[in-house]
Every structure is written in structure tokens, then in C-alpha cells.
Design a protein around this ligand. Structure first.
Ligand code: HMG
Ligand code: MG
Length: 284
């Protein structure tokens, strides 16, 4: 039987958050509705961060209110703090994510907190989400390289992963935020993280700045990782990571996984339509 590998679609959140043009809410809703027909089980559609920090995501509640929710699809949102969680619960996000960093420089730049402070802030968010019956995903950014601090020590990624495990995160997504990871550095990082978290609870979140995301996915597949984050049309970047280009394109990951003999459950025709919509949003 063909082995299943899941792609977690990031386009409406990680893909769009860095766009300078304020994209009309109706366009975001149309993109999500198209993606819902592609066969994803999880789509990240919202980010309840400070609208002063990321204006593009200010209409996240309206997006969640406007989409047609397909049964069986989990519509996810980022929640950096309690205020974000309250907004996510009010908007009926199906799951939420807390997002930390393995490097101090990026942690300060992205969420204005040290790693230790951020973990202290995340703990009550995770607890309250779980009490509300919502599952929590954990991100770790800069797992191999940081735009401020240089190379990341794999042991530091494992330490943050342990903290997220203790908070009850059901899955940890490992972010190569600036797309500078190489198969060797991704493998070394995974070897450290696998000491504290089984591969079944890990995801690879690789930006494609240097064109190595697909090679990094293959290195991760060899180590048992079976979930990868990607954005249709290769949109994206992080406003607080200079030089961060787009997420790896969903359609490219889908094609490579299919070539390698894995099943993704995605409809390539619908994916291409969504990718076209996403690319038009960037130009528009
Ligand atoms: P801060 O300025 O230290 O926080 O920001 P604060 O508590 O002092 O609040 C400042 C203002 O924001 C206040 O408003 C708060 O009410 C408001 P004011 O009194 O000035 O009018 N505020 C909020 N408003 C709405 N929703 C909220 C919220 N929180 C505070 N949740 C904070 C700290 C974390 C809020 C800020 O730094 C922030 O929003 N950062 C998010 C940055 C971001 O979204 N980055 C991109 C996502 S992460 C990413 O892309 C990486 C990832 O893809 C993985 C990878 O690639 O590595 C996940
Ligand atoms: Mg990202």
C-alpha cells in the first residue's frame, strides 16, 4: 500500500502574511474555499497576532467567519498569547499554534520576547486551548539558521521541543525560517529532536530561499517525518526574518512526493487553480 504523507497548507497564513498590498478579505476567503476542495486535512488560515505587527492578518476573524468549512478539514490559527487565543476561540478556529524560536535573535525580533519569556507566555495559552477542547501545534523557528544569530545548535532545538512537548503540543513543526538549511544540517537537527520527540509528531516547515527545501524534505523523509508544511504558489516569508523567501510551493512538494511513490490525497488540478489564485494575489 502506498504510504501517505500529509501536506499542511500554509498559503492563507504564512503565504500571505508578508504581502505588502492589503489583500481584500473576499480574496482570502476565495483562496481558502478553493484549497478546501484540494483534499487537505489542515489549512492554516488565520493569525491572531498584533495587527500593528502584521497588518495583513488583521482580518483573520472575518476570514474564519466567511469561509465554507469543509467537514474533516481543520482550519488553524496562530496564537502568540492569551489575547490571540481569545480571538481564535471567538472566531472558532479548529486548532491553534504557538510559535517559538530556537534562536534568541529571532525570538526577540518576531515576538518581542526571549525564548524563556515566550515559553512562559505559551504555557497558559496551551493550557487554556486544551481546556477549550482545541488542540495545539507548536512551531520552532530558525531550526538550522537564524538571520540574527547565525547557525543554530541542534541541542537548542531539542530543548525548545521538549518544552513544547511538556505543554501538550500534538505536533511540532520545525521551521527553516530563512531557507538556509541543507540536507546535512536538517538531518543533524532532526537527529537531536528525535531524541525527545518521535517522528510521528514532527513536521518539516521549510522555506525555499536557497532552493533546497525539496532536498531537505527528502532528508526528513529518510528520518521518518511524514508531515510537511507548504504554501500554494510558493508564497510567503516572515516579516521579521529579513531575506526569508516563500514557503516551499505545495504543488512542487506534491509532485516530488508523488514521484517518490507517496500518496498525498491532493487533487493536482485544484492545487494548480489555487496556486494561480495565490500568485495573482501577489501581483494584484
Ligand atoms: P508586544 O508589542 O511586545 O506586545 O508584541 P504587547 O502585549 O505590549 O501589545 C502591544 C499591542 O498589541 C497592544 O495594543 C496589545 O493589545 C496588542 P495597544 O495597547 O498598543 O493598542 N496585542 C494584540 N492585538 C491583537 N491580538 C493579539 C495581540 N497581542 C497584543 N494577539 C506580540 C508581542 C507577540 C503580540 C507581537 O510581537 C506579535 O504580534 N508578533 C507576531 C509576529 C508574527 O506574526 N510573525 C509572523 C508569524 S511567525 C512565522 O511566520 C514563523 C513560522 O512560519 C515558522 C517558521 O517559518 O519558522 C510560524
Ligand atoms: Mg514560516
Amino acid at each position: 500500500m502506498t504510504e501517505y504523507v500529509e501536506i499542511f497548507e500554509m498559503g492563507p497564513r504564512d503565504g500571505l502574511q508578508n504581502e505588502k498590498r492589503l489583500i481584500p478579505t473576499t480574496e482570502k476567503i476565495a483562496l481558502v474555499d478553493c484549497l478546501s476542495e484540494a483534499g487537505f486535512k489542515r489549512i492554516e488560515v488565520a493569525s491572531f497576532v498584533s495587527p500593528k505587527w502584521v497588518p495583513q492578518m488583521a482580518d483573520s476573524a472575518e476570514v474564519l467567519a466567511g469561509i465554507t468549512r469543509k467537514p474533516g478539514v481543520s482550519y488553524a490559527a496562530l496564537t502568540p498569547n492569551m489575547k490571540g487565543l481569545e480571538r481564535a476561540l471567538a472566531a472558532k478556529a479548529d486548532e491553534v499554534a504557538i510559535f517559538g524560536s530556537a534562536s534568541e535573535g529571532f525570538s526577540k525580533a518576531n515576538i518581542n520576547a526571549t525564548i524563556a519569556e515566550s515559553l512562559d507566555q505559551f504555557a497558559p495559552v496551551a493550557r487554556a486551548a486544551q481546556e477549550a477542547g482545541i488542540r495545539v501545534r507548536g512551531y520552532i523557528s530558525c531550526v538550522t539558521d537564524c538571520p540574527y544569530d547565525g547557525a543554530t545548535d541542534p541541542a537548542q532545538v531539542a530543548r525548545v521541543a521538549e518544552a513544547l512537548n511538556e505543554m501538550g503540543c500534538y505536533e511540532i513543526s520545525l521551521g527553516d525560517t530563512i531557507g538556509q538549511g541543507k540536507p546535512e544540517t536538517i538531518a543533524a537537527m532532526l537527529d537531536a529532536v528525535l531524541q525527545v520527540t518521535p517522528a510521528e509528531r514532527l513536521a518539516g516547515h521549510y522555506h525555499d530561499t536557497a532552493g533546497r527545501a525539496l532536498a531537505n524534505i527528502e532528508a526528513s523523509l529518510e528520518r521518518g517525518v511524514r508531515v510537511f508544511d507548504a504554501a500554494v504558489g510558493g508564497l510567503g516569508g516572515c516579516p521579521y526574518a529579513p531575506g526569508a523567501a516563500g514557503n516551499v510551493a505545495t504543488e512542487a512538494v506534491q509532485a516530488r512526493l508523488t514521484e517518490l511513490g507517496y500518496e498525498t490525497g491532493l487533487d493536482p488540478v485544484v492545487l494548480d487553480q489555487a496556486a494561480e489564485m495565490a500568485r495573482a494575489m501577489r501581483i494584484g
